[in-house]
Design a protein around this ligand. Structure first.
Ligand SMILES: *[C@@H]1O[C@H](CO)[C@@H](O)[C@H](O)[C@H]1NC(C)=O
Length: 180
C-alpha cells in the first residue's frame, strides 16, 4: 500500500518535472536539418518550409545556417519582400557562411537567399516562433502565416486531460500517504 502510493507520487513528480525540463532549454536549429540545407530545394517535399513546419521554434532558440559565403547569403526580410523575392532592402543581411540568428520574439520570421534567382526557385524560409504561453496549450505545429484560415489547435485537449489526471494522481497519492 505505502509503496504503491509512493510510486504514484514519484511517477507523477517525474512526469511534471519532464514537462518543465523539456520546454526550458534553448535549441539551435540547423536550417534544413543538414549542413548543406541552405540551397535551392530539389522538390516541394524537400523544401525548407516543409522542414520548418515540422520543427517547433520557441523564443530563445536559434537558427543556424551553413553555406558557402562566396556564392550565397541569408537575408532577413519583410513579409512583402519574402513574397516577391525582393533582395534590395533586407532587414538584415548575413554573408559570413556560418550565420546564427537568435529568435528573440514570437511571431513570423522571413528569410530568403541573397543569391541571384535562388529565392524564386524556393530557397526561402518562414519560421513561426511560439511564445512561451503556447507551451502547455498548443500541440499544433507552427502554422504558416499566409492568409489561409487559422488551424484550430485540436490537440490541446489531451494536454489538459493529462494534467487533470496528474493532479488527481498526486492528490490520490498524498491522501494515500496521510492514511498510511
Ligand atoms: C524592391 O523593394 C524596393 C523597396 O521597397 C522597391 O523600391 C523595388 O522596386 C522593389 N523591386 C522589385 C523588383 O519589386
Amino acid at each position: 500500500m505505502a509503496s504503491s502510493s509512493t510510486g504514484a507520487l514519484f511517477s507523477s513528480t517525474v512526469v511534471l518535472m519532464c514537462l518543465l525540463c523539456s520546454t526550458t532549454e534553448a535549441k539551435d536549429f540547423l536550417v534544413g536539418g543538414k549542413t548543406d540545407g541552405w540551397k535551392i530545394p530539389f522538390s516541394q517535399s524537400d523544401s525548407l518550409n516543409e522542414w520548418a513546419q515540422v520543427s517547433r521554434f520557441r523564443v530563445g532558440d536559434s537558427l543556424v545556417w551553413k553555406y558557402d559565403e562566396k556564392t550565397d547569403s541569408v537575408l532577413q526580410v519583410s513579409r512583402a519582400d519574402y513574397l516577391s523575392c525582393n533582395v534590395s532592402t533586407p532587414i538584415t543581411e548575413y554573408n559570413d557562411g556560418n550565420t546564427k540568428v537568435v529568435l528573440k520574439k514570437s511571431g513570423p520570421y522571413f528569410f530568403i537567399s541573397g543569391a541571384k534567382g535562388h529565392c524564386a526557385k524556393g530557397q526561402k524560409l518562414i519560421v513561426v516562433v511560439l511564445s512561451s504561453k503556447h507551451i502547455f496549450t498548443s500541440g499544433a505545429p507552427a502554422s504558416s502565416p499566409t492568409d489561409g484560415p487559422a488551424v484550430a489547435p485540436t490537440s490541446s485537449a489531451p494536454y489538459s486531460l493529462n494534467s487533470g489526471l496528474m493532479v488527481m494522481m498526486m492528490l490520490g497519492s498524498l491522501v494515500g500517504l496521510v492514511l498510511v
